[in-house]
Design a protein around this ligand. Structure first.
Ligand code: SF4
Ligand code: SF4
Ligand code: SF4
Length: 401
């Protein structure tokens, strides 16, 4: 019997009993026992005298959307899970709410969804309009369907270091899931953690967006936080002042820092704004996205100080701090670099030391590959004295003596 048919045959009370007995958890940001999660939603609906609907969705804060793989790979499972959530909560209706940009996926599921009595829509989850509904994470739907088809495995879904989603045990330490020996930081869900903090269990750190990812010395925390905050800013519905304005400010401070225009006061300002967003916003977007900046700046302040005070990116990622130059003592003036430069930012002529226009160059590295003399260097370290005008090969050194 299918999971949905099984749950229907059991009836609501037995379904709830099974959810409780199996110790199922709501996935995502609002991780808690599923039975408590359902009960809270029922109480909220009862208080308002509202008809409840079971809404299966991602968390609004989820910009990576790795959980959509579950929908793509096993749509029946997610639809069955949404329908079972409706049975468990006594909701009169079940909806699968996909992100706004997933119109094609939503359309492809509508016919199948009708078999489960589930409506499929693609829109941003309006948290205020859904206050009396049971919001159930898409990963929880997968768990519900597995529980009622007899194939449930305990654990939390996570894409570890970019691999496909899989279940990882909630009671295992994060440091047992990923190798932290060469880690600078580990991203778990919406926060960055130090390798030492990864002695905590997966369930405690909660990869709410399905992400567990090691950042090494080659990764720049500031750059990562800036990109993640930019994605949040783009996804925020902008209806709440604290989320809308807060994300603009946080993203500005992160990106300015990557561009060499950071200020030390950004650290305190980030804390102030981030903490205010945490308790002044109604949905996971404002609450969780602030954690990205707060954890990055709070725990990896030395990375920010390096960018702001020392004007360097320790990982060599932030382009504003990465210098590129032709070693004038080695260049033969062959012109190979000039031929491959897509930006046309190398100046030179045969038998003259070639020069790179730092401002035009986008550090694509093509010239580095093309130079057989290996005299083009990309570095965050010191740059030797360079010619300021076209100089014949062999003459520059003489000039300096
Ligand atoms: S917290 Fe952000 S995403 Fe959530 S409702 Fe408010 S503005 Fe929209
Ligand atoms: S790194 Fe790319 S853009 Fe810059 S000088 Fe070399 S080839 Fe041109
Ligand atoms: S390819 Fe290398 S050696 Fe040749 S001109 Fe360019 S920098 Fe000089």
């Amino acid at each position: 019997m299918s999971a949905y048919a099984n749950a229907k045959a059991l009836g609501r009370d037995a379904v709830l009993e099974k959810i409780k007995a199996m110790n199922l958890y709501e996935a995502g940001v609002y991780r808690e026992k599923m039975i408590d999660h359902i009960q809270k939603a029922q109480e909220a609906a009862a208080e308002e005298g509202a008809d409840m609907c079971a809404v299966a969705a991602l968390n609004n804060a989820d910009t990576d959307m790795v959980f959509l793989e579950l929908v793509r790979q096993a749509p029946d499972k997610i639809l069955a899970g949404a329908a079972i959530a409706a049975i468990a909560s006594g909701a009169g209706k079940a909806v699968l709410m996909l992100p706004e940009k997933e119109g094609e996926l939503a359309d492809s599921l509508k016919e199948k969804a009708a078999e489960y009595g589930v409506e499929v829509v693609n829109e941003f989850l309006n948290i205020r309009q859904n206050q009396t509904n049971l919001l159930v994470h898409i990963a929880s739907c997968a768990d519900l369907a597995d529980a009622f088809s007899g194939s449930y495995e305990p654990g939390i879904y996570a894409a570890v270091n970019g691999a496909a989603l899989k279940k990882v045990p909630a009671d295992k330490k994060v440091s047992e899931i990923v190798d932290v020996s060469a880690a600078k930081a580990v991203q778990v869900g919406y926060a960055y953690y130090t390798p030492q903090e990864c002695d905590a269990e997966v369930g405690a750190l909660n990869p709410a967006n399905g992400i567990i990812r090691v950042l090494t010395e080659k990764d720049c925390i500031v750059d990562n936080a800036a990109k993640a905050t930019l994605a949040c800013k783009a996804q925020s519905c902008g209806k709440c002042v604290f989320c809308r304005e807060g994300l603009i400010q946080l993203e500005f401070m992160q990106s300015e820092t990557t561009k060499g225009r950071g200020k030390m006061e950004f650290l305190d300002l980030t804390k102030e704004i981030g903490e205010a967003m945490g308790f002044s916003t109604p949905c996971s977007m404002g609450q969780q996205c602030a954690r990205i900046s707060l954890s990055a700046m709070g725990k990896f302040a030395s990375e920010y100080e390096a960018h702001i005070k020392k004007k360097t990116c320790p990982a060599g990622v932030c382009q504003a701090f990465v210098m590129i130059y032709v070693d004038p003592a080695v260049c033969t003036g062959c012109g190979d670099c000039l031929d491959v430069c897509p930006k046309g930012c190398i100046e030179g002529k045969p038998k003259f030391i070639h020069m790179i226009d730092e401002f035009e160059c986008d550090r694509c590295g093509k010239c580095v590959e093309a130079c057989e003399e290996e005299c083009i260097h990309i570095t965050t370290g010191k740059v030797p004295k360079l010619p300021d005008r076209l100089t014949k090969v062999g003459k520059f050194k003489k000039k300096r003596h």
